[in-house]
Design a protein around this ligand. Structure first.
Ligand code: NAD
Ligand code: UDP
Length: 346
């Protein structure tokens, strides 16, 4: 029996790489497409030799033709410093990426999943947020490139579904964390953990009373794959963990789990930073039986373990480089290690 193919746009990113793992484990032939803007080859290095996995370096702003039964569109930087670094590119990535995914789906009869976001609710005036809430996005602020790009991607999904019969699935993803986040990504979980591990101050923006709900990546992947396989439901579905924490709560928990004495330091709150965010997940529960299982404390412990290993490896690389600089050439043991690591990391 021939295997079915899934195309994962943004497959070398944090969430995308976990999705590739899950789909390969389920027996799919998986093509990961990514331009490596914020993704890293090391996230998928363990899959590169798998007979049912392939990686294609490509920018979704350019059209692509790779027939598949399922197209997951996750291509878009998700961290505010990254998506604000080149805002025009961010808008284009969301809009053109969705358009190209939908055009491919029209040609090959695929079903398309769109990774949307809780940011479509902006700085919400309704709390917690149900899918029926239409949001309070500032369309001209620094977050608009991401928020409006994602809103437009949702609208393209629904228009292709209505006018061309394309099967679409849309998840509004709330803050998700876990291993394979880039330590220098700039998001709260990766920042606090790396700061605590390095003995640096934990940077709290504003007074730290703003809230978020943090979902462990495995729970999110459960929701994504079951939504994609739902037989009919095309409208947006919130996916996230409905437990809510303040930014200060998270700082304290990370300090405790890392046994860190790093102090907290307060920095200005970025413009339009949402004051509170928590999903109503009833729709996901009713449709998919979605129920996040990993409590924040347990998920953070696993994530801290990953970051510790990353920082250790980084330290080793730096001391090897220092040794090379000092001697003019690497000792043979270091040369050998660099060859092995060099093929996996970007
Ligand atoms: P990420 O930055 O780790 O992953 C995004 C991936 O998309 C990266 O591999 C990046 O290189 C790739 N990409 C960016 N622009 C591209 C382009 N033009 N062409 C091809 N590839 C491109 O972020 P993530 O946290 O893994 O997020 C994945 C998706 O989920 C994103 O669409 C994001 O908006 C959405 N999302 C994530 C969260 C979260 O908390 N992690 C929350 C809401 C929505
Ligand atoms: N934040 C913070 N310190 C940091 C990074 C982020 O206090 O080092 C805050 C940020 O202002 C926001 C929340 O943490 O209120 C979540 O930020 P993140 O960038 O992770 O995602 P967002 O939900 O804002 O997209």
């Amino acid at each position: 029996m021939s295997k079915q193919r899934a195309l994962v746009l943004g497959g070398a990113g944090f969430v995308g790489s976990h999705l590739c793992d899950r789909l390969v484990a389920q027996g799919w032939e998986v093509y990961a497409m990514d331009n490596l803007q914020t993704g890293r080859l090391q996230n998928i290095a363990h899959l590169r030799r798998h007979s049912r996995f392939a990686f294609v370096e490509h920018d979704v702003c350019e059209p692509f033709h790779m027939p598949a039964e399922r197209i997951y569109n996750l291509a878009c930087p998700a961290s505010p410093p990254h998506y604000q670094a080149d805002p025009v590119k961010t808008t284009l990535t969301s809009v053109l990426g969705a358009l190209h995914a939908l055009k491919l789906a029209t040609r090959c009869g695929a079903r398309v999943f769109q990774a949307s976001t809780s940011e479509v609710y902006g700085d919400p005036e309704v709390h917690p947020q149900p899918e029926t809430y239409r949001g309070a996005v500032n369309p001209i602020g620094p977050r608009a490139c991401y928020d409006e790009g994602k809103r437009c991607a949702e609208s393209l999904m629904m228009d292709f579904a209505r006018s061309r019969g394309v099967e679409v699935r849309i998840a509004r993803i709330f803050n998700t964390y876990g291993p394979r986040m880039d330590p220098d990504d700039g998001r709260i979980v990766s920042n606090f953990i790396t700061q605590a591990l390095r003995g640096e101050e934990l940077t709290v923006y504003g007074d730290g009373t703003q809230t978020r709900s943090f979902c462990y990546v495995d729970d999110l992947i459960d929701g994504i794959v079951s939504l994609m396989e739902h037989p009919t439901f095309a409208e947006p579905v919130n996916l996230g963990n409905p437990e809510e924490f303040t930014v200060l709560d998270l700082a304290e928990l990370v300090r405790e789990l890392v046994s860190s004495h790093s102090p907290v330091t307060f920095r200005p709150l970025p413009p339009d930073d949402p004051k509170m965010r928590r999903p109503i997940t009833q729709r996901a529960t009713d449709l998919l039986g979605f129920a996040p299982k990993v409590p924040l404390r347990a998920g953070l412990a696993r994530t801290i373990e990953y970051f510790e290993a990353q920082l250790d490896a980084e330290e080793k690389r730096q001391s090897a480089t220092a040794l090379i600089d000092k001697r003019g050439r690497a000792p043979s043991s270091v040369r050998a290690r660099r060859t092995v690591n060099g093929s996996a990391s970007r």
